[in-house]
Design a protein around this ligand. Structure first.
Ligand code: GDP
Ligand code: IMO
Ligand code: MG
Length: 456
């Protein structure tokens, strides 16, 4: 057939006529403001989101699941959010759980019950769930645990996951065996059959896996009715939010850049894109509607779980940061590993995310130190490494080059203005800002909402 084609046909085959694809105009519609973790998580995203949520109409989660633990302190009451967007405490704000999130429904309702006891009211009028979000089953959580045991037995180390079933659920999503909220909302017999098939698949892979499929399905049927009024087509919800009347839309990133499945310290990462691309795929919005992207970083570094951590301090400094900073995981209660601020990772996170500005939290934790160091470059065999190594064995080997600052040795927790910060603290902040090449917009000096210095 193709041999009969005329020269003209061939020309039009290899050079298809150009199609005038119009990009959405950048200047129409509401843009989303994004808050993302710039390190290994727990940077204080919850606090920054809370600060912005008071002025927002919609707060969205776009990825991750209840592996996240975001702390918000309001009027001395401490809330920890895992699946619920932190905006849920603001009565003027709608909270949206997007398609990129993986939802463990028993976990969601446990979280709701716990927060209701703390005074959360009217959440059902303010929560919207995307019908395309994937479901985390109890057996995904059990498989997460079994995989960790297997990793330990085979490789002598595991990842140190939160065992919330995140990896297995995203693996099901990618292998197209996952079940979504829309499936739970549709024919229940069909849903049950697919769940049972999935259980069978897992049991053939993990003979030790015990699953009470009928029990889990019965519980899910009840949860299905409780969430039915909240479920919406997320794409249309976001489209209306962007193109309707003026609205302030905020996206609350979970986990962080160095835990990103593509860009993080693989394989010691989580299973979603926690960098800016996850905002578009996890909500179904065009990139042109991503507005300001705020990166959150502690004034030092922490990490929960296993994996390379070049600036980690396994000494008295690390212990001081851990105890003074109350560095204990919100989701798992594990002690966080602590070390100096690492500007190599912050620059790398900025290359991927294009931060508009940074929130530098927990400056107050450094108040008592005589000397403060900041990692500025990595070296191997005395030679500078000009990039952030992808390979973990290489990253484990790097030596860190530090800049040393003398400590300000002054309590900053009551400071609310830049001018009232000790000059040595100002010097530290300006150095970080200049080195990354991104302005610092907020400096955190305590847990609560008002303990934040706004720079501009
Ligand atoms: P997230 O996961 O990024 O939201 O952070 P987490 O809530 O897991 O961990 C951050 C911890 O630091 C929480 O206990 C916050 O209350 C606390 N925190 C946030 N900002 C500050 C700050 O500026 N100073 C102090 N002392 N604590 C802070
Ligand atoms: P927030 O949103 C800190 C880490 C886990 C583990 C790895 C993989 O509170 O910043 P997973 O259960 O996701 O498969 O675990 O990722 N991790 C986090 N560490 N903060 C988080 O979230 C995290 N989410 C995942 O500790 O090392
Ligand atoms: Mg956290």
């Amino acid at each position: 057939m193709s041999s009969n084609r005329s020269a003209n046909d061939r020309k039009s085959f290899t050079n298809p006529p150009s199609v005038a694809l119009k990009r959405p105009r950048n200047d129409s519609g509401n843009k989303v403001t994004v808050v993302l973790g710039a390190q290994w998580g727990d940077e204080g995203k919850g606090k920054v989101v809370d600060l912005l949520a008071t002025e927002s109409d919609i707060v969205c989660r776009c990825q991750g699941g209840n592996n996240a633990g975001h702390t918000v302190v309001v009027d001395e009451k401490e809330y920890d959010f895992h699946l619920l967007p932190s905006g849920i405490i603001s009565t003027k704000c709608t909270s949206f759980i997007g398609n990129g999130v993986v939802i463990h429904l028993p976990g969601l309702f446990e979280e709701i019950d716990k927060n209701e006891k703390k005074g959360l009211k009217g959440w059902e009028k303010r929560l919207v769930i995307s019908d395309r979000a994937h479901i985390v089953f109890d057996f995904h959580q059990a498989v997460d645990g079994l995989q960790e045991v297997q990793r330990q037995a085979q490789e002598g180390k595991n990842i140190g996951t939160t065992k919330k079933g995140i990896g297995p659920t995203y693996a099901c999503k990618a292998s197209r065996t996952g079940l979504r909220i829309c499936d739970l909302m549709a024919d229940y017999n069909e849903f049950s059959t697919r769940v049972k098939n999935l259980v069978q698949q897992y049991q053939s892979m993990y003979p030790a896996l015990k699953v009470d499929a009928d029990g889990e399905l019965k519980k899910l049927k009840e949860y299905a009715e409780r969430i039915r009024p909240l479920v919406r087509d997320g794409v249309y919800f976001m489209y209306d939010a962007i193109h309707g009347p003026p609205k302030r839309i905020l996206v609350e990133g979970a986990n962080a850049a160095l835990l990103d499945i593509d860009f993080g310290t693989y394989p010691f990462v989580t299973s979603s894109n926690c960098t800016v691309g996850g905002v578009c795929t996890g909500l179904g919005i065009p990139p042109a509607y991503v507005g300001d992207v705020y990166g959150v970083s502690k004034a030092y570094t922490t990490r929960v779980g296993i994996g390379a951590f070049p600036t980690e301090q396994l000494n008295a400094v690390g212990e001081l940061l851990q105890t003074r900073g109350h560095e204990v995981g919100v989701t798992t209660g594990r002690k966080r590993r602590c070390g100096w601020l690492d500007l190599v990772i912050l620059k790398y996170a900025h290359m991927i995310n294009g931060f508009t500005a940074i929130a530098l939290t927990k400056l107050d934790i450094l108040d008592v130190l005589d000397e403060i160091k900041v990692g500025v470059a990595y070296k191997i065999n005395g030679k500078r490494v000009p990039y952030f190594p992808a390979n973990m064995e290489v990253l484990q080997k790097v030596e860190v080059e530090y800049e040393t600052f003398s400590g300000w040795k002054t309590d900053t927790s009551a400071v609310r203005n830049w001018n009232d910060l000790p000059p040595k603290a100002q010097n530290y902040i300006r150095f970080v800002e200049n080195h990354i090449g991104v302005p610092i917009k907020w400096v955190g000096v305590g847990k609560s909402r008002e303990c934040m210095i706004q720079m501009f």
